[in-house]
Design a protein. Structure first.
Length: 394
């Protein structure tokens, strides 16, 4: 065996979950869909990543191995819809694999190629060939919002109001046969609150056992939405527990440690990885996260931290390295009795701030978080009672 190959193959652990560097390629800003809740306000069919930019980005990352000591890497491909650029992606991934081996890089055999796709063209031959070639190093999630009624309310084709549910659900069995432990990502907005319960149950019925759900971070919530949200979650909790669905399925809306107070002295991490991640677009610009690219921003200018030619400007990146919960939260948020699990998006904080700062936390989801906590408490109180009865002797 080649000495370099022997060295990297004998290193401990081929994949270290949670200890990875995330590198994101915005390969296209085009998409077949125009989802009504999408934060990508600048999608278009013109900005597609050329090969020379992609290659330069890979070379920059691998040339700076000492500055990226994480034990693993996630090479993330997004759009728009990333699989619209499957030929480019295939070429990038082949190049990454060759270079990791040639350089005896510490990420060799310790990486993932990651995708979140709308699933519409998942069945196509080129995509399936790519999956077959890379299946041991792939993470792919297909976004399906639930029932046809909920999905088609928001996830519609561009230039029309035609829903995409039928074109997505046909590919779910193929996807699950290849990635049986994968979860889907569901987005909740004001308009589709009445369909949460039925949608989660529907996804379980499709064979998707892990349903990750989040409310949009933008300020879209109306009076009474939190009450409806809570009612839907309590109804869902009853179904999951009464039908025993909790044994084989999970829904991210219910977390046992959600809704506890937090102490800034011991629990003061930033919620997201902005600044720890690295994103690159078609022009070769680097960002601390894709949410700081111009097509993700409604009212602010893009926050560019460098480019593939000149590298990363550490001074432009520095503000992200000092972010934590307390430096960007109001005193009300810091003292909140149910602060645990209250999320934020760093890009939305920046976009919604009164000034061009990343240190002003957006609180648009405050009432939705509190409603979730109340429903979550109901879920776990009931589940513990049921499990106690199940475990008690006759």
């Amino acid at each position: 065996m080649d000495k370099a190959l022997d060295t990297v193959m004998t290193r401990k652990g081929a994949w270290r979950d949670g200890m990875a560097k995330n590198i994101t390629f915005i390969v296209t800003k085009d998409c077949q869909l125009a989802c009504k809740y999408c934060y990508l306000v600048g999608k278009n069919a013109k900005e597609r990543m050329p090969w020379d930019v992609a290659k330069a980005a890979v070379d920059y990352v691998l040339d700076h191995e000492a500055e990226m000591p994480q034990e693993s890497a996630v090479w993330d491909f997004i759009g728009g819809e990333p699989f619209l650029e499957i030929d480019l992606i295939d070429r990038i991934c082949d190049y990454i694999k060759r270079e990791l081996y040639r350089r005896n890089h510490h990420w060799f055999n310790s990486y993932r190629f990651s995708f979140s796709t709308n699933g519409i063209n998942y069945h196509e031959r080129r995509i399936q060939d790519f999956i077959e070639k890379n299946k041991t190093h792939l993470s792919i999630g297909i976004t399906i919002d639930g029932t046809e009624r909920k999905h088609d309310l928001n996830r519609v084709y561009k230039h029309s109001e035609r829903g995409s549910y039928a074109d997505v659900v046909r590919n779910i069995p193929l996807w699950l046969s290849q990635f049986p432990n994968s979860g889907t990502k569901v987005t909740i907005s004001s308009a589709d609150l009445p369909y949460i319960r039925e949608s989660v149950l529907h996804l379980f019925q499709l064979g998707i056992h892990e349903v990750n759900i989040n409310c949009v971070f933008e300020d879209v919530w109306k009076e009474g939405d939190d009450k409806l949200f809570q009612e839907q979650l309590i109804a869902l909790a009853d179904d999951i527990i009464d039908q025993g669905l909790y044994r084989d399925n999970t829904c991210s809306f219910f977390s046992e440690h959600l809704g506890q107070p937090m102490d800034c002295r011991t629990q003061n991490r930033n919620w997201c990885g902005a600044g720890m991640m690295l994103a690159v677009d078609a022009a070769g610009n680097f960002y601390p996260c894709t949410r700081f690219a111009q097509y993700s921003l409604r009212s602010k200018d893009a926050w560019i931290i460098g480019n593939v030619r000149d590298g990363i400007n550490q001074n432009l990146l520095r503000p992200f390295l000092t972010l934590d919960r307390c430096t960007q939260s109001t005193q009300e948020c810091i003292d909140c009795e149910v602060a645990e699990g209250c999320a934020w998006c760093q890009g939305e904080n920046y976009d919604a701030a009164l000034t061009p700062t990343i240190y002003q936390r957006s609180t648009a989801i405050c009432k939705m978080h509190k409603a979730r906590v109340r429903a979550n408490n109901y879920f776990w109180n009931k589940l513990h009672r049921v499990q106690g009865k199940e475990e008690s002797p006759c």
